[in-house]
Design a protein around this ligand. Structure first.
Ligand code: CTP
Length: 393
């Protein structure tokens, strides 16, 4: 799977760097073209000469070598994938905060290809809250993480933090490249964020949806090769590599979605169920009495796509319930003719609106259920899109 791929490997200052020449050798043997860059600290652990020999390419460390400038932009654009292995605690922290004091970091900041990291550190560093925060930050910036292993560490302790073995990294990359094109040729429609229903020119009825989950799913679909239309309510989060339609109200979201041809539709938006019957054309002034707003139902986008669903189309809905969660999710699956319902629970710490993490239960038409534990919304999006890919097959 790595055959023919251009892989840029970044090595940082960690004892696990002694394994990287073997990794480079295995990738080259598998038919990949490999270039290596290093931080100055990595040179204490592994030699440039060894890496140049096994990669069959010059190894760069510095942004400037005498009168020559290393073109980090070119390196980041040359690669099909940038793998940081091993990733030290120090470089992780710099990546999370946007530091750019060496060639490897400059390349990371200018890379347009997927970035994968294989961390390596001692157990206590690995479990430190700062490391967790930094790892979550780089993951939400789009990096994929090869999990660390449990075993003997440089300190002599046994614990978590070992870099994955070279052959495990090679298998991980094979699976990554296989997934990359698994949805190519498929058209996807995704909704995300809240809707705002105007009451008057300055007020609206809205909700707390941040749009993070829907955007993570849309970006994951893009990574698998799907051509994605993302319809968002009023949110400022950016999304890469797709066609975006920005709307405000439920009626606008409905209009934007109808007419979009799709193979996969994921309705992750928190669409208002009700909207004011009348919108005042001037700001409503207060008085001493009560104010009554009359609301009418909005059109149900998921329900309407469900009614018109053709063979070969896959429809995914979301549910967020405060009680009778399972019954509520199964009812939506049936009544809206969805193929999959993703249930978020408001009762779980760290899950739901605004958080960077989420947990979910998936409900399938054949009665199957799958629990996805609390993880970052980016990681959860990968699991959901894995499931979608299986269903599309
Ligand atoms: N949805 C939609 N269009 C609407 C309302 C909801 O597409 N006008 C979609 C959401 O994007 C989500 C699912 O339907 O995928 C949520 O269903 P919904 O009926 O809104 O859930 P609740 O309002 O929470 O359910 P109920 O009040 O019926 O319990």
């Amino acid at each position: 799977m790595s055959a023919g791929k251009k892989i840029l490997i970044g090595i940082t200052g960690s004892i696990a760097a002694y394994k990287t020449p073997l990794l480079v050798r295995q990738l080259v043997k598998a038919g990949a073209e490999v270039k290596v860059i290093m931080t100055p600290a990595a040179e204490d652990f592994v030699s440039r000469l060894t890496l140049a020999t096994v990669s069959k390419n010059d190894v760069l460390v510095n942004l400037f070598d005498e009168a020559t400038w290393a073109n980090h932009v070119h390196l980041g654009r040359w690669a099909d994938l940038f793998l940081l292995a091993p990733l030290s605690c120090n470089t992780l922290s710099k990546m999370a905060h946007g530091s750019c004091d060496n060639l490897l970091l400059a390349t990371y900041l200018s890379a347009t290809c997927p970035v994968v990291v294989a961390p390596a550190m001692d157990e206590d560093m690995w479990h430190h809250p700062t490391t967790k925060r930094n790892l979550a930050a780089v993951e939400s910036d789009g990096c994929s993480i090869i999990p660390v292993k449990h075993g003997e560490l440089a300190s002599g302790l046994i614990g978590d933090g070992r870099m994955a073995e070279p052959e495990e990294i090679v298998s991980w990359l094979d699976a990554f490249f296989a997934r990359q094109n698994s949805l190519s040729g498929k058209k996807a429609l995704v909704t995300a964020g809240p809707t705002y229903e105007a009451i008057d020119p300055v007020r609206f009825i809205g909700n707390h949806s941040s749009g993070k989950m829907g955007i993570a799913i849309a970006e994951e679909l893009v990574k698998r090769g799907a051509s994605v239309t993302l319809v968002t309510g009023p949110i400022s989060l950016q999304a890469k590599g797709l066609r975006r339609i920005s709307v405000t109200s439920a009626a606008e979201m409905y209009a934007a979605c109808t007419g979009v041809d799709y193979d996969i539709a994921v309705m992750a938006a928190a669409v208002a169920d009700y909207t004011p019957v009348e919108v005042a054309d001037k700001k409503i002034k207060k008085n001493s009495g009560e104010l009554t707003l009359t609301l009418k139902r909005t059109q149900d986008i998921l329900g309407s796509l469900g009614k018109q669903k053709r063979d070969g189309q896959l429809l995914v809905g979301f549910a967020l319930e405060t009680d009778n969660e399972r019954e509520g999710a199964l009812k939506k699956l049936r009544e809206k003719n969805a193929d999959l319902i993703v249930l978020n629970s408001l009762q779980d710490e760290g899950a739901g609106f605004g958080h960077d993490t989420n947990k979910a239960t998936l409900y399938f038409r054949n009665g199957e259920e799958k629990n996805l534990p609390l993880k970052s919304k980016t990681a959860l999006a990968k699991d959901i899109v894995d499931t979608i890919t299986e269903l599309v097959k």
